[in-house]
Design a protein around this ligand. Structure first.
Ligand code: 26V
Length: 832
């Protein structure tokens, strides 16, 4: 009997599986289990156990409880022939998992008690877990939030990605300068994952393509790759809230088919014997810091194809097994979501699998493919849109390139029939860009090969329709839809802010843990003086905790009663940390000019990483740190203004900062931030937003109301107008005495006395074209910051607004976002 048959049979008869007893979830049983894991898995006794050993033992005990749900639920989903969602993403920024899993299994009290009885402390144990940074920023964190929500809504789903040996670099700030160090999250092992060395697929690169004699253009081909690497599965369970369902995050690791060249080794060439292996396995070694200059790097393309091909081979094999070899039912049983264009090569690869390997005629394969895929766009920035040089594609993926040519020929032909003689249109929609060296436009491939394309906020989707994909919107009306992002409230409220969660449960009832719309019941309490006091006491306690973190990490002492003004995100010119730094300098000047005025004390908190090669962003980090040094040590300013740049921003640090924030900085140049999700996390935790009308800020504004948010600056239309008709930064600077003074100080070396020219690239950019319109928005931002200070001086007014922020942002739950994807894009039922 072949292994295939065995799998099929057990699939059809789920109850034939002998049942193991479910593990108890009471404190006493957990205690015994943790001890057992410590002894028999970690190999330590109580005396020798260090905090990390306790973490591993606890994680393994928790993992057993997860397995009790995971295996039967996964099996049941196949048996019931439920449609599967596959979320393909090159990034999953999951952070730590212990608290997430424990809380979603509703075991927090039991685990705390079990550990306490063993002389360990839950918080300390949690602190031992490395932060899995398999992503750069918003896109990767969204994928992690969505995985948790899909499990919560009991949607059978797999996340597919790469198990990078090294995630995003660790950032240190030395003398104000960002330094990057390799990240090593797997150094002490990973108790959550299951290595599946038997689940491996061959991934080919290069080589040649052959056709049968008299084969027509659309017929099957035989691809003989020049080299291959194996993709090996590592599975991590993803637990939904109240264990609604446990899904799988399957990450691929590269394994060379050849362990070592034994002949070379025996001949004494010990390094050469390993060289091929090292080269092939490089594909899953490191995460690309994607905000880097467009990576022409072949390795990045290899990564994309590697995980796309492995994921498709895996899901097609599963589909054929469950549905008796019927590939034609794929779109009815499977939805594949492409998280940005990084997995877009999947479209060509699925065509190859159908046409070349399964004998499906081209037209039918194309119809099946387009009914299976959907694509999420996460940015409009032209430099972030992926294109691959045709010669590289032809060399690395010869068969997929042929398929792309064929898709393009038919696509252009159809467009030409519908809109004859419109060469502008054909040039615009072609999958191949011909102007500056031929390139494959991955966004176009994703649009053409998908049944739906979505933007991630209402504004971003409108801009997609009007600008980037306007011709596609005309050609395929209704294909482009909006799915405003969301965040998982389990992590971004319940786990990161237990104090606020307890208060909310007490105020509006425990239903709030399952239905975020219940937060609206807070509205009448917003004006209630005693509730305001309690809400702000929670905020105060969180600020005391953060003040300790700031003191510990960078030695800056901050006053928890000051306004905590927070900008935390990747450092990028369009996000305009620079605007915030300029305002900080202007405020510093104003305080020094009139120290006796009734200033409300403020702490400016920054955190974020710049791509290693992004010099301008790194220079902004340095300026922030130089400004911090001067401001924090100026006796005149003392207590009124502090600046803290916290190094190594990651999910775990975000969980510390967000509950303690009073003010959330969302100040991107209008039209450039697709959505933002930090904006949602901060508002949920009772921070007021100061922001531009950009991304999801617009929808936050709609929900919290104009009185509870500080909006300033140019609109998308204003920005487009300035850029079109030329923007005169010089005139704007001249007209603003404050801004002029700030720029002159930077240029005069006030913040860099040892090197007056240090910030020339920054001031030059502003005095030149100022593409990000920092100078244009400066005065408006300054004035709005003074309004912020004015409201802060009225604690009841501030408290009311803070409460109304929490009350009104329930809609930004990832559960809502995922329910919309399920209904409008994936056509899968939601269990809630
Ligand atoms: C990539 C690149 C690469 C080339 C240099 C410039 C640049 C700038 C940005 C990016 C990021 C593109 C993808 C991304 O992370 N988008 C983010 O997705 C989030 C989730 O939808 C969303 O909230 C953020 O607004 C969006 O920037």
């Amino acid at each position: 009997m072949s292994p295939q048959t065995t799998a099929e049979q057990s699939m059809a008869e789920p109850l034939a599986e002998p049942q193991t007893a479910r593990r108890g979830v009471d404190a006493a049983t957990l205690r015994a289990d943790i001890l057992e894991k410590l002894t028999y898995n970690v190999g330590k006794n109580l005396v020798a156990a260090n905090p990390h050993d306790w973490f591993v033992a606890t994680a393994l005990a928790v993992r057993d409880r997860i397995l009790d749900n995971w295996l039967p639920q996964t099996r049941a989903a196949y048996a019931a022939h439920r449609k599967q969602v596959y979320y393909l993403s090159l990034e999953f920024l999951i952070g730590r998992l212990l608290a997430d899993n424990v809380s979603n299994l509703e075991m927090t009290e039991a685990v705390t008690e079990a550990l306490t009885s063993l002389g360990a402390e839950y918080d300390a144990v949690r602190g031992q877990e490395p932060d899995a940074a398999l992503g750069n920023g918003g896109l990767g964190r969204l994928a992690a939030c969505f995985m948790e929500s899909m499990a919560t809504l009991a949607i059978p789903a797999f996340g597919y990605g790469i198990r990078y040996d090294h995630g995003l670099f660790r950032q240190a700030i030395v003398g104000g300068v960002q330094q990057e160090y390799p990240e090593d999250w797997l150094a002490f092992g990973n108790p959550w994952e299951f290595a599946r060395p038997e689940i491996a697929y061959t991934i080919g690169f290069g080589g040649h393509v052959a056709a049968a004699e008299n084969a027509d253009d659309l017929g099957p081909r035989v691809w003989t790759p020049a080299e291959t690497v194996d993709a090996v599965a590592y599975d991590t369970p993803v637990v939904g809230w109240r264990a609604a369902q446990v899904n799988t995050l399957r990450l691929w690791s590269a394994r060379s088919p050849e362990i070592l060249r034994l002949e070379s080794f025996n001949a004494g060439d010990h390094v050469g014997a390993l060289a091929d292996r090292v080269r092939l396995e490089a594909v899953s070694k490191v995460l690309y810091p994607s905000d880097e200059t467009p990576s022409g790097q072949e390795l990045r393309l290899r990564q994309e194809f590697f995980f796309a091909s492995a994921s498709l081979q895996d899901l097609v094999k599963r589909h054929l097994r469950v549905y008796d070899g019927d590939i034609r039912s794929l779109p009815d049983r499977v939805a594949i979501q492409l998280n940005d264009t990084h997995p877009a090569i999947s479209i060509a690869e699925l065509m190859r699998i159908m046409v070349d390997l399964n004998g499906v005629p081209w037209e039918e394969a194309w119809d099946l493919t387009r009914r299976t895929f959907s694509y999420t766009n996460h940015t409009l920035l032209p430099e972030a849109l992926e294109t691959w040089p045709v010669p590289l594609m032809e060399r690395l993926l010869p068969r997929q390139m042929q398929i792309i040519y064929m898709i393009n020929a038919i696509h252009l032909d159809e467009a030409d029939k519908a809109h004859p003689h419109d060469t502008r249109l054909l040039t615009s929609i072609s999958l191949i860009e011909e102007s500056h060296g031929r390139k494959v436009r991955m966004g176009h491939l994703a649009v053409v090969g998908s049944h739906h394309v979505n933007g991630v906020s209402a504004l971003h989707t409108n801009l997609l329709r009007k600008t980037l994909f306007s011709d596609f919107d005309m050609l395929f009306p209704g294909k482009i839809v909006n799915k405003t992002n969301g965040i998982t409230f389990r992590r971004w409220l319940q786990q990161c802010n237990p104090r606020l969660t307890a208060l909310l449960v007490e105020a509006v009832g425990p239903e709030v843990l399952d239905r975020p719309d219940v937060l609206e019941k807070l509205r009448p309490l917003a004006s209630d003086a005693s509730f305001q006091t309690r809400f702000m006491a929670v905020k105060r306690a969180n600020k005391v905790s953060l003040a300790r973190v700031i003191q510990d990490r960078i030695g800056v002492r901050v006053d928890p009663s000051a306004l905590f003004d927070v900008q935390i995100k990747r450092i990028h010119e369009y996000k305009r940390q620079l605007l915030n730094v300029l305002e900080t300098i202007a405020l510093y000047d104003a305080i020094r000019a009139d120290p006796m005025q009734n200033w409300s004390p403020r702490v400016k908190i920054f955190a974020g990483k710049a791509a290693a090669s992004y010099h301008q962003a790194k220079l902004i980090i340095r300026l922030a740190n130089d400004v911090a040094k001067l401001v924090n040590n100026d006796p005149v300013v003392r207590g009124r203004l502090k600046v803290a740049f916290l190094p190594n921003y990651n999910v775990t640090l975000a969980e510390r900062i967000i509950p303690a924030a009073d003010l959330s900085e969302q100040i991107s140049t209008a039209g450039m931030e697709a959505s933002g999700t930090g904006n949602m996390k901060l508002a949920l935790n009772g921070a007021l937003t100061i922001g531009t009308m950009d991304g999801a800020n617009v929808e936050i504004f709609d929900r919290v109301g104009a009185d509870n948010i500080f909006i300033f600056g140019l609109t998308t239309e204003d920005v487009a107008e300035r850029r079109q008709h030329g923007y005169d930064a010089g005139a704007v600077i001249a007209a603003s005495p404050k801004l002029s003074q700030v720029l002159e100080q930077i240029e005069g070396g006030v913040f860099s006395p040892d090197d007056r020219d240090r910030y020339r690239p920054i001031t030059q950019a502003m005095r030149g074209g100022d593409y990000f319109l920092v100078t244009a928005d400066f005065d408006s931002y300054w004035n709005t910051q003074r309004q912020v200070a004015e409201v802060w001086r009225q604690p009841e007014v501030w408290a009311k607004s803070a409460i109304l922020n929490t009350a009104n942002v329930g809609w930004f739950s990832a559960d809502r976002a995922i329910a919309e994807y399920a209904k409008d894009i994936w056509n899968v039922p939601v269990n809630r």
